[in-house]
Structure formats: structure tokens, C-alpha cells
Design a protein. Structure first.
Ligand code: VGL
Ligand code: ZN
Length: 172
């Protein structure tokens, strides 16, 4: 589960339209998946993805702030691990596999198929699913349990096409 955090939900600093609507579906998925990892976007206050440091985004998910907390409606009891991503200042940190040890963690648990849901479809969900594919996992993106930012209209649909081309399965 990628980045279902307050800042990506309505009222948050980088709200994904209808982002909070994924919470119930994510909870349902988490009940039937044997090993569940939640990521949190977890930036230093001067992260390079923030506009004032030359990046594309408003300040969001600064580590330890309320905005960076997981959405309160999530059944966090179902999460086996919560990992932080985006902590380094030399990348945008979209992917849950970037400098997190996630690949090692999944291999240590004999994971073969990675099911991805969360926020946002056109950024961190996409980057995470593509990295999972590159690492050789079978990958399924649960589209109904994602929402897109859509900085440009159609970005969500384009992300789905890119994922399909990379061999990622799309499920509703
Ligand atoms: C994300 C933009 C910036 C995401 C994170 O979780 O999709 N998007 N940081
Ligand atoms: Zn971010």
C-alpha cells in the first residue's frame, strides 16, 4: 500500500482528488494478503521535490508531521511493515523500492507476486509497480484502490497504459 497519508487526501497539502476513497478498499485487500507493506512518503523539510527547492510539488509529507501520518481510517493492524520512502535529497523518491530495502524484505518473505494500491496512481503507485516488475516480481495494480493526481487530465489512464506495457496486470 503506497502513501495513503493525510497530505494526499482531501484537505491535505498535496491532495489527490478522492484520495480518501481508497481507504476501505485498501483495508479489504489487506485482509486477504498474507504480507502487507505500507509505505509512507517521508521527506526532509528541505526536500528537492518541493517548489521552493526547485521541485514540482508543494511541501508535503514532511517527516513526523500530521500530514505525513497514515490516514486514520486504515486498519494499520493489518500492516506487517510500514516503511519510509523519499527520505533522500538526491531523488524524488517516488518508488517504494528506492533506498528502502523493500526488495530484500519481500524476498526474505518469499514473495512472488506484489499487489499494489494507494496514492497516487500516476506517480508513486506507478513508480513502485514498475520497480517491482523490474525486480522480477509478478505485479498487479488494483486500480479501484488507487486514485490519480492528474496534474494533466488523462495522466491516470496513461499510467495504466504504461503499466500494462511493462507487463503489470491491472485489476479492478
Ligand atoms: C507522490 C508526488 C510527490 C505520491 C509523492 O505518493 O504519488 N506524489 N510525492
Ligand atoms: Zn513526495
Amino acid at each position: 500500500m503506497v502513501d495513503v497519508q493525510n497530505d494526499f487526501c482531501p484537505g491535505g497539502a498535496l491532495a489527490v482528488p478522492h484520495g480518501d476513497e481508497v481507504v476501505e478498499t485498501v483495508n479489504q485487500l489487506a485482509r486477504r494478503i498474507p504480507f502487507v507493506v505500507a509505505t509512507r512518503d517521508w521527506h526532509p523539510a528541505d526536500h528537492r521535490s518541493f517548489a521552493e527547492y526547485g521541485g514540482p510539488w508543494p511541501v508535503h509529507c514532511v517527516r513526523d508531521t500530521d500530514g505525513a501520518q497514515l490516514h486514520p481510517g486504515l486498519d494499520t493492524d493489518r500492516f506487517d511493515r510500514v516503511i519510509e520512502k523519499g527520505q533522500s535529497n538526491d531523488t524524488d523518491g517516488y518508488s517504494g523500492f528506492e533506498r528502502t530495502g523493500l526488495e530484500r524484505l519481500l524476498r526474505d518473505h518469499d514473495v512472488e507476486r506484489v499487489r499494489v494500491a494507494g496514492l497516487a496512481l500516476d506517480y508513486c503507485v506507478k513508480a513502485t509497480a514498475l520497480d517491482a516488475r523490474r525486480a522480477g516480481f509478478d505485479v498487479v495494480v488494483h486500480r479501484g484502490a488507487t486514485r490519480a493526481v492528474e496534474v494533466r487530465p488523462g495522466d491516470g489512464e496513461r499510467a495504466v497504459e504504461e503499466l500494462r506495457r511493462a507487463g503489470v496486470q491491472i485489476e479492478e
